[in-house]
Write a protein that binds this ligand. Structure first.
Ligand code: FAD
Length: 491
């Protein structure tokens, strides 16, 4: 492949860059694409199976996607995420049919999704929520129960030996999923590497970038030593996870002004008793504690990572100044610029409670964490569980309409006005909606091609758009049948 100016450079070897690079490869087989990853292998940060919860977020179990109460429960966010996840499922199913992914079970498994609550008020909320959601075609298979026998059959570990005499209830969607995003990323990169027009550089850090006429020049440093290098590209995607914000700021595009980051770390309790992992089959999501950020909703999870089943509980959020799990404690301080100082100070003052909460969480001892776990699995024994570090999330800080800072918990694509650069900031709902997020990058940065010659090719891989899935029960049902069968999620 020529070392001239590539059409595309993607920075980072996680699920986002891999998805974008593969979509572009499908649309433009002749384009030169370079992927640059600082670690020795791809998918070793947030996309690695052990660093995220692996929930195929579809709005089936996450109570924080449906705020409100009584008749005022708002299900619009859950619907949007469900339709975005269906977009991912369609694309993944097409990759299986094309032989790019050999076995769907290498990365995705059926794991029922449960929402689980206790106490009169929350049980009434869950009943109301299911009544509302199941009226929509996308959630019509959601079941509700407050019957002990049914709940015991659904979630034996959760219900065994509950000494709480109050009411409990759960909803279930049988065809929820667990996704090994690490395995998926590796399959995508393996396929990309087969193409003569693709260059995969690992162990190489992007230190900076600058615009030079109609292209970008990136400064690279091989981390095992060796001479600094450069790469040039007409389009650059900063899919560097927590490393995207510092690079976006270095790009000096006007659209990056005012953006900052608020890092949140995560930890799991991992079960070392394999027999327990085999007794539980589900992702059981509860309600977040008061004052907790939305991504620290506790859940007891069946995980299948690299083909092996395990049981995890968490995440326990914590405060950190690193932007990547394998990053530096100086990351937060190095990201401060005159343009984002105001929003960052304003957010730290507005969210002192959140910072205190995160510090308190990080300082918890094993017994305190076991106490939280026992609300979901009353018979849990301390010796069966140990602490594991999860990945980092960098939440978005940006200027609000009044020029002050605001903290956001979603994901956002920031793109240069001329479409030559885009960055993905934030981490939620994350990898589950990676395909929709990367289609958004293509729509923003290549508008003419996206609406023109690419639209037909995309239909081959993703037959139904998010909007069509949301609005047409017949189309949505046929797409769902197809993807569940192709991905072997529903037997
Ligand atoms: C605790 C936790 C739980 C989560 N649970 C879920 C879940 O259940 N479901 C879900 O869908 N999502 C979940 N997520 C979110 C999901 O993991 C992320 O959205 C997704 O993995 C992000 O992918 P990425 O490719 O953007 O980043 P990453 O996977 O982090 O990849 C970025 C890559 O860029 C590299 N990089 C960084 N800086 C540079 C540089 N300067 N030069 C070269 N390379 C660089 C990094 O080494 C890394 O490999 C969770 C995240 C966390 C932290």
């Amino acid at each position: 492949m020529s070392r001239q100016i590539a059409e595309v450079v993607v920075v980072g070897g996680g699920i986002m860059s891999a998805t974008l690079a593969m979509l572009i490869r499908q649309l433009e087989p002749d384009w030169a694409i370079t992927m640059i990853e600082r670690l020795p292998g791809v998918s070793e940060e947030s996309s690695d199976g052990w660093n995220n919860a692996g929930t195929g977020h579809a709005g089936y179990c996450e109570l924080n996607y449906t705020p409100g109460s009584g008749q005022q429960i708002d299900i619009s966010k859950a619907l949007q995420i469900n339709a975005q996840f269906e977009t991912s499922l369609q694309w993944w199913a097409s990759l299986v049919q094309a032989g790019v992914i050999e076995q769907p079970t290498d990365f995705i498994r059926k794991v029922p999704h449960y929402s689980y609550v206790w106490g009169d008020q929350d049980v009434a909320f869950l009943r109301q929520r299911q009544a509302l959601m199941s009226q929509h075609h996308l959630f019509q298979d959601m079941e509700f129960s407050d019957e002990a026998r049914q709940l015991e059959a659904w979630m034996p570990l959760v219900m065994r030996n509950r000494d709480n005499k109050g009411p409990v209830a759960a909803t279930r969607v049988d065809y929820g999923t667990d996704v090994d995003f690490g395995a998926l990323t590796r399959s995508l990169v393996k396929e990309l590497a087969r193409s003569p027009n693709t260059e995969i550089l690992t162990g190489t850090q992007v230190n900076g970038l600058r615009k030079n006429g109609d292209h970008w020049v990136l400064d690279l440093q091989p981390l095992s030593g060796g001479e600094p290098q450069t790469r040039a590209a007409r389009f650059v995607f900063l899919g560097a996870g927590g490393g995207a914000l510092p690079l976006l700021l270095k790009s000096q595009i006007p659209e990056a002004r005012g953006y900052g980051g608020f890092p949140v770390s995560g930890q799991w309790l991992a079960c070392s008793n394999q027999a327990l992992a085999e007794e539980h089959a589900g992702k059981v999501y509860g309600k977040a504690a008061i004052g907790a950020p939305p991504m620290s909703v506790p859940h007891l999870d069946t995980r299948v990572i690299n083909g092996e089943a395990s049981l995890l509980f968490g995440p326990f959020a914590g405060f950190t100044t690193r932007f990547l799990k394998k990053g530096s404690p100086l990351d937060l301080f190095k990201s401060i610029r005159p343009s984002n100082l105001g929003p960052m100070i304003s957010v730290s003052l507005q969210h002192l409670d959140l910072t205190r909460y995160l510090i308190r969480e990080a300082r918890q001892c094993h017994a305190e964490r076991m106490h939280t776990l026992k609300q979901y699995y009353p018979e849990a024994r301390g010796e069966d569980w140990h602490l594991e570090r999860a990945g980092q999330r960098v939440q978005i800080i940006k200027r609000d309409e009044n020029g002050r800072g605001k903290l956001e918990f979603g994901t956002e694509v920031v793109a240069a006005g001329d479409g030559s650069l885009a960055a993905l900031l934030g981490a939620s709902p994350g990898a589950s909606v990676s395909v929709d997020a990367m289609l958004n990058v293509l729509r923003r940065c290549f508008p003419k091609r996206f609406e023109g010659q690419w639209s037909e090719s995309l239909r081959e891989w993703i037959p139904q758009s998010t909007q069509e899935i949301l609005s047409s029960p017949t189309e949505a049902a046929s797409v769902r049948r197809h993807v569940l069968e192709t991905l072997k999620i529903k037997s």
